[in-house]
Design a binder for this molecule. Sequence first.
Ligand code: PLP
Length: 388
Amino acid sequence: MKVKYFDNAATTALDKDILDKMMPYFSEEYYNPSSIYTKSINVHKVVDESRLRIASCINANQNEIYFTSGGTESDNLALKGYALANRKKGNHIITSCIEHPAVINSCKALEKEGFEITYLSVDENGFIKLDELEKAIKDETILISIMTANNEIGTIEPIKEIGRIAHEHGIAFHTDAVQAIGAIKIDVEDMNIDMLSMSGHKFYGPKGIGAIYIRKGIKVNRINDGGHQENDKRSGTENVPGIVGIGYAILKACNNLEENSKRISELRDYYISEIEKRIPEVKLNGDRVNRLPGNANFSFKYIEGESIMLLLDSKGICVSTGSACSSKTLEPSYVLLSIGLPHEIAHGSIRVTIGKHNTKEEVDYLIDSVVEVVDKLRKMSPLYEEGK
Ligand SMILES: *Cc1c(COP(=O)(O)O)cnc(C)c1O
């Protein structure tokens, strides 16, 4: 049975044409880009061409892009690297309570180093409140880190305004754009972004490669010690096949952004409207308008998301009960609790993330399956009988 994959926020399939571009750099063109013979200089050029592809997509300069091992490392570098390099200016950082664990846990680590962190709350749709952000700013504030779009509920934050507020106060602004790249247009100049994290495998590129944009003039300490690669910001021999892959993947994602987003958001809207039409007592989580094209996160009252997911799995459908990281724990998602869902409702949530390979037929199969599975589980649920 061909799997129907609706978990594109967890990872995406590497495109075959991108894989073809990467292949020569595993074995034939294996040279270390730091060496100085002709073969290595050629590989070095290929690495810089990839940098340029990334820079062009987000309106940055080539020398403002640094390669990392993924979104997690980019977030760590932005938070810890910036905090440690700018400690003399202040020890206060502002973030939100719905950030990815890569940001939240970097902040927790910085708290142990003597930094003070403000975790902004969000409203019922997952937006941070700009007046609360303004109020949280102090003389000691050196950095604001707010994600471009949330991985669980798809809410797109007012990034341009957040960046403007940061800059009015002379504070640097980092955004985790791992979910946003390839889904919505990103322009670091227009959106007042100083640092931005991305990850190859979230836009049909390879896993284990990411990048960070660091605006010229922004000081960041490296967080792993070693050689002088990546202009001293990230030690370690470059992952050349991955770098080639992420470069072509972002080029493709940017070139096809409007077309893909339009088609994907139409499928998402179709899924949302059918679920709301055919299943009573459901709640769409996240904002209806400012949300990622592929994201539809629903809470289904009276039943467990875990059970829905498992029954869908037996029908060959892959969905998520929250973020992949929290799916293995019994605690409900902290993002869903942060938007005010009670524990029992948060527990009954399913995240569908539609990608560029999903078809209308697959979405129809998904809808029919969700309707059937929810109905079956509710019939077995004593809570549902009481609630009626
Ligand atoms: C997936 C994800 C990450 C982590 O990226 P990896 O490359 O898997 O380390 C960080 N932030 C967000 C919002 C993500 O969705």
